[in-house]
Each structure stands twice: as structure tokens, then as C-alpha cells.
Design a protein around this ligand. Structure first.
Ligand SMILES: *Cc1c(COP(=O)(O)O)cnc(C)c1O
Length: 396
């Protein structure tokens, strides 16, 4: 393998964010290796995407096998993996129909369109979707408008209209936004980019009851919290509720571009021409999705995610106590450590630069670290991360 010179030639890559001067060339399980051969313990995993870690053998086999059969018959035809993955998802959820997309934002766009279509057919053209402050739904114009990120309302103004913002865990703030035009409420069961903030149990139960009583659809965006990350196959199952629409992304492909829009029969009202996309249901991606979901459903796997989540929680609480931090929160293997000071970005930098082995972390807010490791990570690797993290925090 040719080693890249330290002066990387990256001029032709469009600037969208500041990236470190590293090129990653290989991944294995919870480890990434850069162009100079340095290893990193990976607690980003492609941003909560690689739920089975890097280079998962089952995913590689599925990708290879399908590549030799057929890569793209066209979205106008059925293909085998598309049907099998849709069957697998409906058999293991409260939903009846699945549309496959390529990204979380695209799945959410589909959810918004489906809700608006349903409003047209069943609610006199109601189209408003109540979403939440600090929520995140993607980077297309409609999903940015649905997101509650600060500053996003003016960034590419004008926004797409029809997304009033409520406060998470405050049902009165939702009720106050209801009008004749309200067709749906859309939320992340656990706000991910907002800083790993789970919805309260009672709030979710009450929200489900109130939306049902008012003929308002409940849409859960499980792009980040779904597919085993919370310790349940789907995060809304933590609350014992059944939404009308769910979106999946990130984990469902385990690292390949795959996302899904799921709906119950009475809500799945698209007609020919309403929805589509060149790669929808692409067999190469859906074949990988089958491997991912089957591995998540293997006996004991999700129980282990839950147990390892509790193990990580214990380690983080001990660390917090020892270093005078402010505790932790989260579900399963989506967790955050509350630092109490704005040292998150500095921790991320220093952790990556640790020698001889680096650590990849994320700080969604300056006073917070978020952990989104592979769901099949070992307890030893979880303990190693906390040990490395302790060393970094003590050096600041
Ligand atoms: C990442 C994310 C999205 C957007 O997914 P993309 O694949 O980046 O378009 C949407 N919703 C949530 C909750 C996410 O975490």
C-alpha cells in the first residue's frame, strides 16, 4: 500500500467541515487505522452508524454475494433483498409497509410527505407537523425546517413552512401549538444531536394518547436511536407505545447508505407517482440491511447491548464521581457524559492525538461527550475507552 505524504492533497474535496490531517485506510471491529498505521479506538462508528463495527464479516458476505447476483434491476421492479428486508422489519415491529431510501433525511422527507398526503385525504388538507426544539431530522430544506437546531431557521431562509416547535417532555407546549391544520407530531425518542436527551416515559405515553384522541399522527425519527442502539430493536419500544410512522437510517445499513420509512396500513396512503427515488430498495444495500437486522435479532444480542449499556453507565458514573463531573444519561449504547465545563472539543482533540493508540470521541455540545460505539463492542474495549478518557481529562 502506498503511504500518503503528511502533506495531504485534499484541495479538490469540497470544504464542508474542518477535518484532521488523517486518512483512514482500514477498520476492524471497534478499531480504525490511519494512513500512518496508527490505531484508534472508535467511539463514533460513522456517527452511530456502524452498529456491528468495522468490516463485519456477515455484512461483507452479504455485499459480495449480492454483487455477484444483481446490483440494480431498477426501482420499477421488485428484487429479492428488498422484499425480504421489508418482511423482516414488519414482522418485528408494529408497522405494515416499508419504503427504502438512502439517507435519514430522505426517509424523513418521505415521512413528512406521507403525513401531508394523509392530511389531504383524511383531515381537510391539514399539513402542519409539530416538531421539537433541539431536534434533528436531517440536512435537506424540509428536514432542516423540521429540526430545532439553533440558527437553522435563518441559515438557508426561507424555510419550508409548517413545522412549529414544542419543548421536549412538555405536553402542554405541544397542545398549545395544535390548530385545525395539525396533521402530525414528529420527534426523536432520544434526541441524539441535541445531546442524548431521552423523552420521558410519561410524556411519550401521554403524547401517544393525545395524538390518537385528536386524530394526529405520531412520527418517530429513529434514524439514530433505532436498530438496537437503545437496547431495544426500536427505541419507541422502551416506552411501550405504537407510533403511526417510523423512520430508520444510520444503523439499518451498518455503514452502507440505507434508510427506511415505515407506516401502518391505515397511514400508508401513497399513490403511484407520489414517492420514489433511483436507489429505493436497491438490492446491494437491502442485502446488507438483512444481514444487519438478522445479527441484531440473534438470540441474546439486544440483551447484551442493554447489559453493556448499563456497564458503560457504571463506568461513566464512577469516572464522573472521581473527577467531579456531572453524571451521565442515555439508553443502551447511546450515552452522554456531562462534563460541567466547556472542555468537550479539547477532549476530542487530545483523545485523538493520544499515543501510541488514539481514541475517537464526539462532543455534540461543548459541555458534553457522546458515546456511540459498535453494539458488539467488548467490555474490555469499553473499560479501555474510560481509562483513556480519564487520562485525557486529567491532562486538561
Ligand atoms: C443523522 C440523523 C438524521 C439524518 O440522517 P442522514 O442519513 O445524515 O440524512 C436524521 N435524524 C436523526 C435523528 C439523525 O440522527
Amino acid at each position: 500500500m502506498e503511504t500518503l505524504s503528511p502533506a495531504l492533497h485534499t484541495d479538490s474535496v469540497m470544504y464542508i467541515t474542518k477535518r484532521p490531517d488523517l486518512v483512514f485506510v482500514k477498520g476492524e471491529g471497534s478499531w480504525l487505522i490511519d494512513h500512518q498505521g496508527k490505531k484508534y479506538l472508535d467511539f463514533l462508528q460513522g456517527w452511530a452508524v456502524n452498529c456491528l463495527g468495522h468490516s463485519n464479516p456477515g455484512m461483507i458476505a452479504a455485499l459480495n454475494e449480492q454483487a455477484h447476483k444483481v446490483i440494480n434491476p431498477s426501482p420499477a421492479f421488485y428484487n429479492e433483498p428488498m422484499i425480504r428486508l421489508a418482511d423482516l422489519l414488519t414482522a418485528n415491529s408494529c408497522f405494515d409497509k416499508v419504503f427504502f431510501a438512502n439517507s435519514g433525511a430522505e426517509a424523513n422527507e418521505g415521512a413528512i410527505k406521507l403525513a401531508r398526503k394523509w392530511g389531504k385525504l383524511h383531515k381537510s388538507g391539514a399539513f402542519e407537523i409539530i416538531t421539537f426544539k433541539h431536534g434533528f431530522h436531517g440536512r435537506t430544506l424540509a428536514t432542516m425546517s423540521a429540526s430545532g437546531k439553533e440558527g437553522w431557521d435563518t441559515m438557508f431562509a426561507p424555510q419550508v413552512a409548517g413545522f412549529p416547535k414544542a419543548d421536549l417532555n412538555d405536553l402542554d407546549s405541544v397542545k398549545a401549538l395544535k390548530t385545525d391544520r395539525t396533521v402530525a407530531v414528529m420527534l426523536e425518542p432520544i434526541q441524539g444531536e441535541g445531546g442524548v436527551i431521552p423523552a420521558d416515559h410519561q410524556f411519550m405515553k401521554d403524547l401517544r394518547q393525545w395524538t390518537r384522541e385528536n386524530q394526529i399522527l405520531l412520527i418517530v425519527d429513529e434514524v439514530q436511536a433505532g436498530c438496537g442502539r437503545s437496547g431495544k430493536l426500536f427505541a419507541h419500544q422502551l416506552y411501550g407505545i405504537e407510533p403511526d410512522i417510523m423512520t430508520l437510517g444510520k444503523g439499518i445499513g451498518g455503514g452502507v447508505p440505507l434508510a427506511a420509512l415505515l407506516a401502518r396500513n391505515d397511514v400508508a396512503c401513497f399513490e403511484a407517482g407520489d414517492q420514489g427515488g433511483t436507489y429505493n430498495g436497491n438490492p446491494l444495500m437491502t442485502a446488507v440491511g438483512i444481514s444487519v437486522i438478522e445479527q441484531l435479532l440473534a438470540p441474546g444480542f439486544l440483551a447484551e447491548v442493554e447489559a453493556k449499556g448499563q456497564y458503560l453507565r457504571g463506568l461513566l458514573l464512577d469516572l464522573s464521581q472521581e473527577l467531579g463531573l456531572e453524571g451521565e444519561r442515555g439508553e443502551g449504547l447511546l450515552r452522554a457524559l456531562k462534563l460541567g465545563r466547556d472542555i468537550g472539543p479539547e477532549i476530542v482533540e487530545r483523545a485523538r492525538q493520544l499515543e501510541p493508540v488514539g481514541l475517537l470521541l464526539n462532543s455534540p455540545r461543548p459541555n458534553l461527550l457522546r458515546f456511540m460505539p459498535a453494539l458488539n463492542i467488548s467490555r474490555e474495549e469499553l473499560a479501555l475507552m474510560v481509562k483513556m478518557l480519564k487520562q485525557v481529562i486529567q491532562s486538561i
